[in-house]
Design a protein around this ligand. Structure first.
Ligand SMILES: Cc1cc2nc3c(=O)[nH]c(=O)nc-3n(C[C@H](O)[C@H](O)[C@H](O)COP(=O)(O)O)c2cc1C
Length: 251
């Protein structure tokens, strides 16, 4: 990610982390990298997002066929592409290929695209998106290839405790990803699963972004001590978009 001296990142929050919010975190808040999205791509994901929104969750609702244009509008609010990640919900390699082609035609530079294999919302998982991608490795691989073909750098976002690491690690090490972003949430527990992050950091051959429950200097430092190159923050940044300044001043 673009700013090597600043190891903080804003993590995606659907319905919240749009271009304006991310710009505020980047310019005023002191974040090293910012994520916008998660944005739905393709028929099933756009429809699923509408259904999720209808039951009251905040979502980004995009118009089918216009996803690339609408995301590009948000992207263009961010002054530094090298410090931008775009979190997308995809379930089909064909639709990802079409999106990636169209999106790359709209942009002069290539931001990082983050594949959301993290979301647990039933409407999304039932259609094979979000965490459902972790049961569809062939499709996930094709999605990665479609993005790579269009020269995007790629981050894969997962909940580390939702997948068998013995199965996943050999795969991610072959997929030529640029980042693995792990939410270390553990069912029934509060806080960061530092053991899990350490486990991944030691075994993957590319940079790890560590996530969950970073709220202050101590928790941010603990994530970096696992071997993660970057720590990411979602909920605490929703409360205070300027939080990054306080988290990074000692790193
Ligand atoms: C309201 C909300 C929406 C979220 N939407 C997304 C999303 O669209 N894509 C994604 O990868 N993660 C999403 N997340 C997960 C966060 O990026 C992060 O992994 C999680 O909140 C744990 O980090 P935290 O403890 O810093 O909040 C969302 C989290 C919240 C609270």
């Amino acid at each position: 990610m673009g700013n090597s001296k600043n190891s903080s990142a804003l993590a995606a929050m659907a319905g919240i982390t749009n271009g304006d919010f991310a710009k505020h975190c980047l310019i005023n808040g002191g974040a090293g990298t910012v994520t916008i999205g998660g944005y739905p791509i393709g028929k099933d994901m756009v429809t699923a997002s509408i259904k999720v929104a209808q039951r009251g969750r905040k979502e980004f609702i995009l118009n089918l066929g216009k996803e690339a244009d609408e995301i590009a509008r948000e992207v263009n609010k961010i002054p530094f592409f090298s410090r931008l990640v775009i979190n997308i919900r995809v379930s089909s390699s064909k639709e990802t290929r079409e999106f990636a082609q169209k999106f790359s035609d709209l942009l002069e530079e290539r931001p990082i695209i983050e594949i959301n294999a993290h979301c647990r919302q039933a409407e999304i998982v039932q259609k094979g998106g979000g965490q459902g991608l972790l049961k569809r490795f062939e499709v996930l691989m094709e999605i990665i290839e479609a993005l790579r073909f269009n020269d995007f750098k790629i981050s894969l976002k997962i909940r580390g405790n939702a997948v068998n690491s013995d199965v996943l690690i050999p795969k991610v090490n072959q997929w030529h990803l640029d980042f693995l972003h792990i939410d270390s949430y553990k069912i029934g527990e509060i806080g960061t699963d530092l053991t899990l992050l350490k486990h991944y950091a030691r075994r993957i051959n590319f940079p790890l972004i560590g996530n969950n429950s970073v709220v202050d200097l101590k928790s941010a430092q603990a994530v970096l001590n696992t071997g993660a190159k970057i720590f990411s923050v979602a909920r605490a940044a929703r409360e205070n978009p300027l939080i990054f300044r306080t988290l990074i001043k000692h790193f």
